[in-house]
Design a protein around this ligand. Structure first.
Ligand SMILES: [Cu+2]
Length: 302
């Protein structure tokens, strides 16, 4: 009897780690919030759900496919230096495929399967997105656009992509490979364990300086600037507003200046500017008066 009991205990002991992981299934709990956005109270989320609207350029659904994607720390173990990963790093589908993704998060934290670059008229912000705190599963459906294109799929939780949770989904032949896909493509900036920290800092500063001096005209002011300087866009917002006002005023001014001499025109422009400045000054002083009179009203009667 004792023998049987101990055998039973041993069997239980050894089988417990082999027992299947319990996943919380979010698919029955999701509430439809419209525009392909589904959520539940337990933190499951689907965005960009689209099971029936054909993207422009698709005459019909080419294929109906279902995949199961796992996400978790254990899938990164085969990639040195990575911390998180999906179980698959590359997916291939025909254009106009109706794709259902069953996303299974094996970790006891939050993960996403987020796809970017989709047409924005069908997918809010161009995204299809499954998200859940694990261990749990959640499913969503989308229809892939036509054409050959490579789409980024990643987990957008802070640093999860950088730590390996990144994949690419190729529609048709795709249009190239994305960098830093574990096991598929190299890092954009490879880790260098031989260089010391001051060396790396010096190299980063040098490349930043090169980037700034590469902008024409920036070289002369370089010495006065800190090494990392954001370059100004050629057309700033103010330039655009100025151009718009100029274009609006041009026909009016052309009509006004007809038959005037140059000196008359210049005098007229100065007059216009003077009244404009007057208007601004007057309204400013009125505003200041208003503020001060309000303040004095608000003061307690002492
Ligand atoms: Cu994640």
């Amino acid at each position: 009897m004792l023998k049987f009991l101990s055998v039973g205990a041993l069997v239980l002991l050894f089988s417990s780690p082999l027992m299947a992981q319990e996943y919380e299934d979010h698919n029955a709990m999701l509430m439809d919030h419209g525009q392909g956005h589904l959520m539940d109270m337990a933190g499951g989320m689907v965005m960009g759900q689209n099971a029936d609207k054909l993207p422009g350029g698709c005459d019909s659904i080419a294929e109906t496919k279902e995949i199961t994607v796992h996400a978790g720390h254990k899938y990164a173990e085969k990639f040195p230096g990575r911390m998180f990963a999906f179980d698959t790093q590359e997916y291939n589908f025909k254009p106009c495929t109706k794709l259902t993704v069953h996303f299974i998060n094996d970790d006891h934290i939050r993960h996403q399967w987020m796809m970017h670059g989709l047409p924005k008229y069908l997918y809010p912000k161009g995204m299809f997105h499954l998200e859940v705190s694990g261990p749990a599963k959640i499913s969503g459906t989308l229809i892939l656009p036509p054409g050959d294109k490579t789409y980024l799929v990643h987990c957008d939780i802070a640093q999860h992509m950088e730590k390996g949770m990144k994949a690419q989904l190729k529609v048709g032949k795709g249009d190239g490979d994305l960098p830093s896909i574990p096991g598929i493509t190299a890092y954009t900036i490879p880790d260098d364990y031989k260089a010391t920290l001051p060396e790396l800092a010096a190299a980063a500063e040098k490349s930043a300086v090169e980037a700034v001096t590469a902008v024409p005209g920036a070289a002369t002011t370089m010495s006065a600037l800190p090494p990392v300087q954001k370059e100004e866009p050629v057309f700033s917002g103010i330039t655009v507003i100025g151009l718009a006002i100029g274009l609006l005023l041009a026909p009016f001014l052309v009509k006004k200046f007809k038959g005037m001499s140059v000196s008359e025109a210049v005098a007229y422009i100065f007059d216009l500017l003077r009244s404009l400045i007057e208007l601004v000054v007057n309204s400013l002083s009125a505003l200041i008066k208003l503020i001060f009179s309000n303040k004095s009203k608000m003061l307690p009667g002492k």
